[in-house]
Design a protein around this ligand. Structure first.
Ligand code: PLP
Length: 397
């Protein structure tokens, strides 16, 4: 019977990140002392004032369907947030609130992509982009990057990958999994290329915008007037507010794209959760200063993980500037006998760490980059220290 599954379903694979987390959870439930550094979610609870506003929303009777694209006052709040944090001008008619940024992305992709269209994605990339593009029967066009240039693309490289079939360019800044952040000047150079192709839409995933460790806030692509009309700005509450399970994402987009997303969403889910939307108003009205404690804590963990990884021979890595991952090169370990085993690729390496050290990570192949490993530091300092002690014992053997 499996054969009658749709071509679309057969064409995509399970999320490797979710699969690794599930495996780690399963082993934990069986009594193993697993340290999970595979997760892309903060280990904090959402701030108290947001929890209180959700409780109030329940008491005040926000139990029913909302407008498909979100409560009007939430969309107004998102416009204010875009202006306050990103200097972007959007009207509520350009905003669509969805059940997480993931749903926002598929809304945009389903709105724009036809069979055999091309979508440019720099690698390493967040795995769901690739799968969603394939789900739309379009072709991902991957621009490889490497560690020497901090996993960033340059304008010449970008232009080389553009063709008559290019419909979309997916851009993630700060980047999951590398933690790289493009400077204003670097972005400006990419924009000079993209503005020559007004039919290419740029999906700018800015979900990690508040999680950065330098003094300068990451720049939103839509800030460049020449290409404002080509950009869909994507954001959500999962990362900055630790609200992964609340499922709120949103876009600011040209009206014609927003209307299409509204139409698709209206047929698929009706609306995002009403209580979570009310809490999102409170979250987005608050100053980003209120979540600085979280960013400070991530910075401390990043510095800790840099110290710890340095103590183990074989890892090569860059200092991540944002998000909460480190993406070391691990190919030095390939082909060597470690604990009597010879490892050939990232999948095997990640499995090996889980099996022998009970530390869960995600293979670089999940991000289009074999030879690398994603380690999340959205975990306590105690866990990070213990995990690296275990890795040191295992890998120095
Ligand atoms: N974009 C990136 C780069 C992510 O890392 C994630 C989650 O891991 C998402 C989007 C999806 O976020 P949400 O939880 O809002 O669906």
């Amino acid at each position: 019977m499996k054969n009658i599954l749709s071509y679309r379903s057969k064409n995509i694979s399970f999320s490797q990140t979710i699969a690794m987390s599930s495996k780690a959870r399963l082993l934990k439930n069986r009594g193993y002392n697993i340290i999970n550094l595979s997760l892309g979610e903060p280990d904090f609870s959402p701030p108290e004032f947001i929890l209180n506003s959700a409780k109030k929303a329940i008491d005040n009777g926000f139990h029913h369907y909302t407008p498909v694209s979100g409560y009007t006052d939430l969309k107004e709040t998102i416009c204010d947030k875009f202006y306050r944090d990103n200097q972007l001008k959007y009207k509520p008619s350009q905003i669509v609130v969805s059940t997480g940024a993931k749903q926002s992305i598929i809304n945009v992709l389903l709105s724009l992509l036809n069979k055999n269209d091309e979508v440019i994605i720099p690698s390493p990339y967040w795995g769901s982009y690739l799968q969603m593009v394939k789900f739309c029967e379009s072709n991902p066009v991957i621009i490889p990057t490497n560690m020497n240039n901090n996993f960033k693309i340059n304008p010449d490289k970008l232009e080389k990958y553009i063709s008559d079939k290019t419909k979309l360019f997916i851009f993630n800044n700060p980047c999951n999994p590398t933690g790289s952040i493009y400077s204003y000047e670097e972005l400006k150079k990419l924009i000079d290329v993209l503005k020559k192709y007004p039919k290419i839409i740029i999906l700018s995933d800015e979900i990690y915008e508040h999680i950065y460790y330098s003094k300068v806030h990451p720049t939103s692509i839509a800030i460049f007037p020449d290409i404002y009309k080509q950009v869909v700005t994507l954001n959500g509450l999962s990362k900055a507010f630790s609200m992964t399970g609340w499922r709120i994402g949103y876009i600011g987009a040209p009206e014609w794209i927003a209307q299409s997303c509204d139409k698709i969403q209206g047929q698929m889910t009706s609306c995002a959760n009403s209580i979570a939307q009310r809490a999102a108003i409170t979250a987005l009205k608050s100053s980003p200063k209120k979540i600085q404690y979280l960013v400070k804590s991530f910075k401390k963990r990043r510095d800790l993980i840099l110290d710890k990884i340095n103590e183990i021979k074989g890892f090569q890595f860059n200092k991540p500037d944002g998000a909460f991952y480190i993406f070391p090169k691990i190919s030095n370990f390939f082909g060597k006998q470690i604990n009597g085993i010879s490892i050939k690729n990232s999948d095997q390496f990640s499995e090996f760490l889980l099996e022998k050290a009970h530390v869960a990570t995600v293979s670089g192949s999940a991000f289009g980059k074999d030879g690398y490993l994603r380690i999340s530091y959205a975990s306590s300092e105690k866990n990070i220290i213990e995990a690296f002690e275990r890795l040191k014992i295992l890998l120095h053997n």
